[in-house]
Design a protein around this ligand. Structure first.
Ligand SMILES: Cc1ncc(COP(=O)(O)O)c(C=O)c1O
Length: 376
């Protein structure tokens, strides 16, 4: 088997959840966002551990992700943050999935399916308070609510919204404005007689930085996976959170290269000294971004080795000249901690002009996920 794999440290996931509960408090419920295969970490094992650790809800993007969780035996409520597409309405009811509703057409579809199945379906209304993505705009909310009230097989259980830039202190005024608009939406709907068990809009950075946003539930993704260095201000570190994912490989080939040789596609690196160059079986098809060419480092036998030349589809070169013990089959830490050294997903993301979420989400199915420590 190709020795390139992602270690999924489920013990860290459980500990992260515990730390977050201590930090954020017990006045609200916790929804774990496990969409996008739990940001690349593997939705089913992550959800199983979180369910055993006492999570209240799960959040997914699409019904297919929720159905996968149900088929794996997940029983806690699942909120489908992105609603659903026509034709999926009966299945979400049968699989006990709670849809976020922001389109009247979806509400009508799910109401009709609920009537056919002789049931009443809980829904969460999603209002757009300034994200500008999906959500009912405030000026349309009154009319929307009146129409929803006519749909007798729906029960409005939650009111939700989503922040645009809760991670950015220079945008705090905007975040507060979004909170104001959420309060306005809540007041308008309450005045019409709607009652909500759930009011939620806090994502990871809001739950930490904006206590007023916690309301009755927080929806946390990144922090659970130990990704925080690029979504929280630098002075607000949470060192107790540990990365859930590590990325490992082994040297496949090693060679001596004289000075003044070029390496890889585009010849973007030229050796300046007699060099030992190792080939690592990971490339951009695995989710190791091409933008890391000549930018990042890996750890071999307790020392950093620079990535040299372009990252290609399946292979990446590293310079191990200063690591004499490096040989074929030496372990390579691509993301992770080895003794005092570490390479974080956040660092790799910043070298490639993105965020850690995109990096972990992008680790492709070709990279085997290995559960490192299961939690009973
Ligand atoms: C609607 C919604 N809520 C919550 C989250 C969780 O965000 P975070 O991972 O920053 O906690 C997301 C993630 O994109 C989301 O789309």
């Amino acid at each position: 088997m190709r020795p390139t794999w992602a270690g999924i440290h489920l013990d860290h996931l459980a500990q992260n959840f515990k730390h977050l509960k201590q930090r954020i408090g017990s006045n609200c419920e916790y929804l774990a966002v496990v969409k996008a295969n739990a940001y690349g970490h593997g939705a089913v094992p992550c959800a199983q551990v979180l369910e055993r650790s006492g999570i209240d809800w799960f959040g997914v993007a699409i019904p297919e992700e929720a159905i996968e969780l149900r088929q794996a035996g997940i029983r806690k409520p699942i909120l489908c943050l992105g609603g659903f597409w026509e034709g999926q309405e009966s299945e979400i009811i049968r699989s006990n999935i709670t849809p976020a509703i922001f389109l009247l057409e979806s509400a009508v579809l799910v109401d009709r399916a609920a009537r056919n199945l002789n049931t009443v379906v809980p829904i969460h209304l999603k209002v757009d308070t300034g994200m500008g993505r999906v959500g009912i705009r405030l000026e349309n909310l009154s009319e929307f609510a009146d129409r929803i009230r006519e749909l007798k097989n729906l029960r409005v259980e939650g009111l939700m919204s989503h922040f645009a830039s809760a991670d950015d202190p220079s945008e705090d005024d905007y975040t507060n404005e979004q909170l104001n608009r959420f309060d306005q939406a809540y007041a308008l709907l309450s005045a019409k007689g709607f009652q909500f068990t759930y009011r939620d809009l806090a994502n990871s950075p809001a739950a930490i930085r904006h206590p007023a946003s916690r309301q009755s539930m927080v929806r946390i993704g990144g922090l659970l996976y130990g990704l925080y260095r690029d979504i929280l201000p630098k002075d607000l570190q949470l060192p107790e959170l540990r990365p859930v994912l590590s990325l490992q490989s082994k040297i496949a080939f090693i060679k001596d290269v004289p000075p003044n040789e070029t390496l890889g596609y585009g010849r973007s690196f030229r050796t300046k000294r007699p060099s030992r160059i190792a080939t690592v079986p990971i490339g951009y098809h695995d989710g190791y971004p091409r933008a890391l060419s000549n930018q990042s480092t890996m750890i071999v036998n307790g020392a950093f080795a620079n990535v040299v030349g372009r990252v290609s589809m399946d292979w990446t070169l590293i310079d191990v000249t200063d690591i004499p013990s490096a040989s074929v089959d030496s372990n390579v830490t691509i993301i992770g901690i080895e003794n005092d050294l570490s390479v974080t997903a956040e660092e790799l993301a910043s070298y490639s002009q993105t965020i850690s979420y995109e990096l972990t989400c992008g680790i492709s199915p070709r990279v085997h996920r290995k559960i490192i420590a299961d939690v009973t």
